[in-house]
Design a protein around this ligand. Structure first.
Ligand SMILES: Cc1ncc(C[n+]2csc(CCOP(=O)(O)OP(=O)(O)O)c2C)c(N)n1
Ligand SMILES: [Mg+2]
Length: 301
């Protein structure tokens, strides 16, 4: 059976179903966070903080927006979701599993030898992983080329690029941002996880990106900035982005999402050395219990 999640801009805005969609996104994100904790425990460490922080963004795309067929990850009519940040793979695996593209039970193999789910995202290993993203700053350039190619072929697929605030320090990102506007790639949406963190410390200290709304706007993008852990706001922003450029010819959109590292698990929200977290054996269960305390309606805690 094919799961064809189809929500084009016209359908989404014509039908006032946003409350139902956001409720589903919340449940999806909650299950993703559980998956992330389970995968993290397999390794005892990892990029758990980013995955928990970005879960609402990923869920808003996968549970609400993206067109895909779970049983046919290479279906030509699919929307493309490009994860620039290979180290966020643990978060995308959770989304792919909840979307039915990767079997849920396979998450237990995360990071082990011969697994299809390596610690850094690899397109050749994992169904639904469109690009290998370890070298930062390449996602948006690839997205621009892909969006151009799809339009050339007459496709109506949209292209989403997920990138991090650290990637806004990369010159290649801004070359691509310029190219997207030059080529009027209206079917391209960039989602930036602004978690204010990088490997070497806070983004503000490494190389400040502000005023980031104005920079994207100056490059000619349609810009929105939202709380990336406010599911209503992210879902609404995706609706606006698609409605702003419903066709493959127009203004590309960027949604700047301010997120909290470790979101949903207070024990991890204020952790030092949050880029690559080491979590003690006894802490995983505490994390799960803390997450369950805020389970959304309709899911089993
Ligand atoms: C081109 C490139 N330069 C440097 C690195 C090393 N590196 C890995 S993660 C990272 C931090 C990037 O910032 P961000 O993605 O915002 O970090 P996070 O929020 O995950 O802590 C860096 C510099 C890399 N992978 N690729
Ligand atoms: Mg960051």
């Amino acid at each position: 059976m094919s799961t064809d999640v189809t929500t084009n801009a016209q359908d989404a805005t014509a039908v006032d179903d946003r409350a139902a969609r956001t409720a589903e996104v919340r449940r999806f994100a909650y299950r993703m966070r559980h998956d992330v904790l389970n995968m993290g425990e397999e390794q005892g460490q990892g990029y758990v903080g980013q995955a928990l922080g970005a879960a609402d963004m990923l869920a808003a795309v996968y549970a609400n927006r993206l067109r895909y067929r779970a049983d046919d990850p290479h279906w030509d009519g699919r929307d493309r979701f490009l994860l620039s940040t290979g180290h966020y793979a643990i978060g995308l695996y959770a989304a792919l599993a909840e979307a039915g593209i990767v079997p849920l039970e396979e998450l237990a193999t995360y990071g082990s030898d011969d697994s299809r789910l390596p610690m850094s995202g690899m397109a050749t290993y994992t169904p639904g992983m469109e690009i290998s993203g370890g070298s930062l700053g390449h996602g948006l350039p690839i997205a621009v080329g892909l969006a151009l190619g799809l339009r050339h072929r007459g496709s109506t697929s949209r292209v989403y690029n997920f990138l991090s605030d650290g990637e806004l320090n990369e010159g290649s990102t801004w070359e691509a941002a310029m190219g997207a506007v030059h080529h009027q790639l209206g079917h391209l949406t960039a989602l930036v996880d602004i978690n204010a963190l990088q490997a070497d410390g806070p983004t503000a200290g490494v190389l400040s990106i502000e005023p980031i709304h104005d920079k994207w706007a100056a490059f000619g993008w349609h810009v929105q900035r939202v709380d990336g852990n406010d599911v209503d706001a992210v879902v609404a922003a995706l609706d606006v982005a698609d409605a702003a450029a419903p066709a493959p010819q127009g203004q590309p959109s960027v949604i700047l999402c301010d997120t909290k590292v470790g979101c949903g698990v207070p024990l991890l929200e204020n952790r030092e050395k949050a880029h690559f977290m080491r979590i003690d054996e006894h802490e995983w269960q505490i994390c799960r219990e803390q997450l369950a305390e805020n389970a959304p309606e309709g899911v089993q805690a």
